[in-house]
Design a protein around this ligand. Structure first.
Ligand code: SF4
Ligand code: SF4
Length: 212
């Protein structure tokens, strides 16, 4: 037969278990209620997610997407190439001779005479780290970051984009002079005057008697 102290200990243990039982039920119900309250509240709030790719996000103004070079405004200064920390920009340049007219860059780019043709202007986007240093370095602002971010490829070689003149599909010089006949005329006139002055100078030198 159990002693009085054993009987009291047994009663206390029983009441603790009952308390634990009801505490567990309370916690379960209150936790579910809290979760459901959050679900209910957020169901009426504006959605933070997008059904991408069907719905595209609105990107901020200064998004750093794929680079683009407007080669018509590129003066071949190589500032971008030097600024690039991973050497992913490479270009070929051809110098226009002193007798060749030099097309100007656009007014927005400073209307600078283009001494160099840029037949090849490669950017390897498999190396680019989107630091934008090349964009900051470009004096004519022809190199920009677009908002384009969907250009996955299966072959890394396809990540080398060529923005050079050879890829334009037309002769940049011919098109420029066709669009700016006045500038070409002025250049030709200047050249003719220069030639005439040189010829006159040569004639004067010939006519000068020797020893005088
Ligand atoms: S963004 Fe940076 S890494 Fe990419 S081409 Fe420009 S300088 Fe090079
Ligand atoms: S810095 Fe600008 S202008 Fe100079 S080579 Fe690069 S893209 Fe062309």
């Amino acid at each position: 037969m159990a002693s009085r102290s054993e009987w009291i200990a047994c009663r206390r243990q029983g009441s603790r278990k009952v308390r634990e039982y009801f505490t567990t039920i309370y916690k379960t119900v209150s936790t579910i209620a809290k979760g459901m309250a959050v679900t209910l509240r957020t169901s009426f709030e504006p959605k933070a997610t997008l059904a991408y790719p069907d719905v595209k996000p609105l990107l901020p103004e200064r998004t750093r997407g794929r680079l683009h070079n407007i080669v018509e405004d590129c003066i071949g200064c190589r500032a971008c190439e030097r600024a690039c920390p991973v050497d992913c920009i490479a270009m070929d340049l051809e110098t226009r001779g002193p007798d060749e007219p030099r097309p100007l860059t656009s007014k927005e780019s400073g209307a600078i005479a283009r001494k160099y043709r840029v037949p090849r202007f490669d950017i390897d986007f498999s190396l680019c780290c989107w630091c934008s240093l090349c964009v900051f370095a470009c004096p004519t602002h022809c190199l920009t970051m677009t908002k384009e971010y969907e250009f996955s490829v299966f072959d890394r070689a396809q990540w080398v984009y060529d923005f050079g003149e050879a890829k334009l599909g037309y002769d940049l010089d011919k098109k420029y002079w066709k669009d700016h006949p006045d500038e070409l005329e002025a250049f030709m006139k200047k050249q003719a005057e220069k030639k005439a002055a040189e010829e006159a100078k040569a004639k004067a030198a010939e006519a000068k008697p020797e020893g005088t």
